[in-house]
Design a protein around this ligand. Structure first.
Ligand code: FRU
Length: 323
């Protein structure tokens, strides 16, 4: 892999001035077996399925860990109930990847009050009492996508084009960061016009398909689509294809870079590019174990990203046995 492809190469510890929060009175204690609870928000999306696979694979390397995974079925209330249940089971540590920030904050606070340290993965919650956050740098990814979009549309100061942006879940920080970062670049371009007014596909391919179908009906010229994840960028591509307009739309950008999805679509030329968004599954479990063993863990771990285009897609597919 080429060095320059990396936007952020190594696992970086952000917020160096922050200290790691632990529930008051909590101390690492030896145990024959650790009970680690992981509340996943949904398994309806391929990235989540991969995430669960990665945490399960890591757990298999640790016979001292009993990993309990719950599935929130893409509903806040179900995920809250799952966490309540894990609290009742007195897990030693709670890992959570929330459906949305506000709705899951209360139950995270409840876990911490019950002296269960909480490690938050990918999407945040609105309390500072968590022990650790692990996820990608969505602002950086948004900026990278924005900078790339400007380049594709003619370069800084000269970019021209009509853009459809399809948001992820409005109640999540990743969607806002992916939007804000992108606009830091595109908003400087007088020739770039955003066609939609903050429309969310809630990370789903079928919802993005519907948004794009309407956008196609209302706009004769669309030059670039920016989906906050690959399934939505691909859903938009399918809508364009079904309308017979996929060739007129020059660029489709997504985020996630799962080998058998985003990377495959980039390799086939259906998407122009995607940005890697690694799952925090394996790292999450490793950090939980460190914590339980009484080791110091940093308050934030930022996972790396990189641009994936037709140039480097084949090598990623090869490395994953897909080519
Ligand atoms: C899966 C997902 C990913 C996306 C992440 C953002 O649920 O939508 O596609 O990158 O969540 O939180």
């Amino acid at each position: 892999m080429k060095r320059r492809d990396f936007l952020k190469l190594s696992t970086a510890v952000a917020g160096a001035t922050l200290t790691t929060y632990l529930p008051s009175g909590w101390r690492a204690q030896a145990a024959a077996k650790w009970k680690v609870g992981f509340s996943q928000c949904t398994t309806l999306e391929p990235w989540r399925v991969q995430f669960n696979k990665e945490i399960e694979t890591e757990a298999k390397k640790h016979p001292e860990v009993d990993l309990i995974i719950t599935d929130g079925l893409d509903k806040t209330e179900k995920q809250v109930a799952d966490c309540d249940n894990l609290i009742v089971q007195q897990v030693n540590v709670l890992l959570i990847s929330p459906k949305e920030s506000a709705g899951l904050t209360g139950v995270v606070d409840k876990a911490i009050d019950a002296k269960i340290p909480v490690i938050v993965l990918d999407r945040n919650v609105e309390t500072k009492r968590i022990t650790q956050f692990i996820g990608g740098d969505n602002k950086l990814i948004g900026r990278s996508a924005g900078e790339y979009a400007v380049k594709l549309l003619g370069g800084p100061g000269k970019a021209q084009g009509n853009v459809v942006e399809i948001w992820g879940g409005m109640g999540t920080q990743p969607a806002h960061d992916r939007h804000d970062g992108f606009h830091e670049f595109t908003d400087k371009e007088p020739g770039v016009k955003m066609l939609l007014n903050n429309q969310s596909g809630d990370w789903k391919q079928d919802q993005a398909y519907n948004i794009m179908t309407t956008a196609l009906r209302n706009n004769e010229k669309i030059d670039l689509v920016y989906g906050h994840n690959d399934p939505m960028a691909y859903g938009a591509y399918l809508a364009a294809k079904d309308a017979g307009r996929e060739k007129d739309i020059k660029f489709f950008l997504g985020i996630d870079g799962l080998p058998d999805e985003g990377v495959e679509w980039v390799n086939k030329g259906l998407l122009t590019a995607t940005f890697l968004y690694p799952t925090p599954g394996a790292e999450g479990l490793r950090q939980a174990i460190k914590l339980l063993n009484g080791e110091k863990i940093p308050p934030v771990i930022t996972l790396p990203t990189k641009l994936i285009t037709k140039e480097n897609a084949p090598e990623i597919l090869k490395a994953n046995g897909l080519l």
